[in-house]
Design a protein around this ligand. Structure first.
Ligand code: ZN
Length: 500
């Protein structure tokens, strides 16, 4: 009965004129989510990509039980799902899972890529790396361990193995794939007081060169209590280049706080490893706070807190970006050739867009997918569009909205699977949505795959998996180890040595 009901609902929607794709109206459709075992903040844009399409299949990675990386795959031709499959063991997880989300670390969410032969890779589990992992040459240790796992067979997520070929001191993993097949793994090499680095692979991730530092951490010369620290976001540019947007964190050793200010931009040239600012002035790597202020500043926020957003490039190679602001909505700006456009708030006062991703259709036509809070309560995920280069914005469509649920978004799916809508930029606008039901104390989240025109459905019985995990966890009731979460992570990590 339920299937029939859903089918009728879908048919009604069709009559109303919505353009749902064939796979969305699959008669087997029951649920608009593909799993319910996402753990807390299961996807986010700063660990990315969460998903990539290869050979007609979209592979999706997310943080699941025990903060371990889980992978699902959707076959677009057959309209079938597989997974979730656990891809590795995170050193950040606790056993059993916490019931209080404040004990969940959330920094080691997986980033995913598919190599040229179809092997699926995830990098996950780091929040700076435990001190037991050795000396951190680019920063200070933290917790967890950055781990790289790969499928044992191409296009087959059923079995995984660890490739011990990257530094363990990473967090906020971001994986870039260049047109020539080179892979760049960017991350912060430790906890707050650490450099941002990349490791490059020219052989499908089988080996990586040693880290190259691009943004430098250090104590300020005149105030050693203030340590220069950063949040950064990298993506592919035009013509074998990489773009970086970054935010300054004055990391106070005494009286530490979460202040983040200013927005910066630079471009790496992959051919020779050189770096330049938006105007083309060359920069010495790693960039220091002093050089960043002098040469790469996009926006001086003063004492207003800002946070990282997304940077993408247009057909001319000019960067476009948005960043989050404590003043409300995200701010958008673009490079005009001789300076940065004054940042403009994207969303309207009653809808505070806070995070998401961006499609640059042309220098003046830009789409943002943003999650945001609505005045009067509730949250929404909407497409916003400008046709005048970001001076004004309109809400084009609402993906999902609720008065009693919160949403999280991944960055856009890499190389999305698009059928017959190549001229529609939104057909390429695919992402993962995490749903937080405020009425439930559960730390587990439903995850949905927005396929460009609708959520890709899955038989509900297949998508409901977390109840089995919760049952298994009950066996552990009363056996919670003593100690702080950090101490318990260390103990779990020590027990996992050699098992991953
Ligand atoms: Zn700090």
């Amino acid at each position: 009965m339920k299937r029939l009901l859903n089918r009728n609902v879908v048919l009604c929607v069709m009559v109303l004129g919505c353009s749902l794709r064939a796979e969305v109206i699959s008669l087997a459709a029951d649920a608009d989510y593909f799993t319910d075992n996402g753990l807390d903040n299961a996807v986010a844009s700063i660990q990315y990509p969460s998903a990539e399409q290869f050979n007609g299949k979209t592979y999706i990675a997310y943080q699941g039980p025990h903060e371990d990386p889980y992978v699902c795959v959707y076959d677009h031709a057959k309209q079938v799902w597989q997974g979730p499959v656990k891809a590795g063991v995170s050193w950040l997880g606790l056993t059993p899972d916490p019931t209080d989300h404040k004990e969940i670390d959330n920094h080691g969410k997986p980033a995913l890529f598919v190599d040229s032969k179809g092997y699926v890779h995830v990098v996950f589990g780091g929040h700076g790396g435990l001190p037991m992992l050795g000396e951190n040459l680019y920063g200070t240790p933290g917790s967890g361990r950055q781990i790289h796992a790969v499928t044992k067979n191409p296009e087959d997520i059923s079995s995984w193995e660890v490739l011990d070929n990257i530094d363990p001191f990473g967090t906020y993993d971001q994986i870039l794939k260049m047109a020539n097949g080179d892979i760049y793994l960017f991350y912060r090499h430790g906890s707050h007081r650490s450099d941002w680095v990349y490791q490059k692979s020219t052989d499908d991730g089988r080996t990586f060169a040693p880290p190259v530092s691009v943004i430098k951490h250090k104590p300020q010369h005149n105030d050693p209590n203030t340590h220069d620290a950063w949040y950064a976001w990298f993506c592919e540019g035009k013509g074998d280049t990489i773009l970086a947007q970054y935010i300054y964190h004055p990391c106070l050793i005494e009286n530490h706080n979460k202040q983040r200010v200013n927005v910066y931009y630079m471009k790496l040239n992959c051919r020779d490893g050189s770096c330049e600012n938006a105007a083309g002035t060359s920069l010495t790597l790693p960039v220091t706070k002093e050089a960043a202020d002098r040469l790469t500043l996009v926006h001086n926020s003063g004492t207003t807190k800002v946070n990282h957003g997304i940077c993408r490039v247009d057909e001319t190679g000019a960067p476009h970006m948005f960043f989050r602001s404590s003043e409300g909505s995200v701010r958008y700006t673009r490079w005009l050739g001789n300076g940065w456009q004054a940042p403009t708030p994207v969303t309207v006062p009653e809808s505070k867009g806070q995070d998401g991703d961006m499609i640059v259709e042309s220098p003046k036509v830009v789409w943002l997918i943003l999650k945001g809070s609505r005045a009067g309560g509730g949250t929404e995920v909407c497409w916003w569009k400008t046709t005048d280069g970001g001076l004004s914005w309109n809400r084009e469509s609402t993906v999902i909205a609720s008065s009693d649920k919160g949403y999280g978004l991944s960055a856009l799916v890499r190389n999305p699977f698009v059928v017959g809508e190549a001229d529609n930029p939104l057909a390429r606008g695919q992402f993962i949505v995490e749903e937080h039901d405020y009425a439930s104390p559960s730390v587990y989240r439903k995850l949905s795959f927005w396929g460009g025109a609708g959520f890709v459905v899955r038989p509900e019985a297949e998508a409901q998996v977390v109840h089995r995990h919760i049952e298994a966890e009950k066996e552990l009731k009363g056996k919670v180890p003593e100690g702080t979460p950090y101490q318990r992570r260390r103990a779990r990590a020590a027990a996992n040595v050699g098992e991953d």
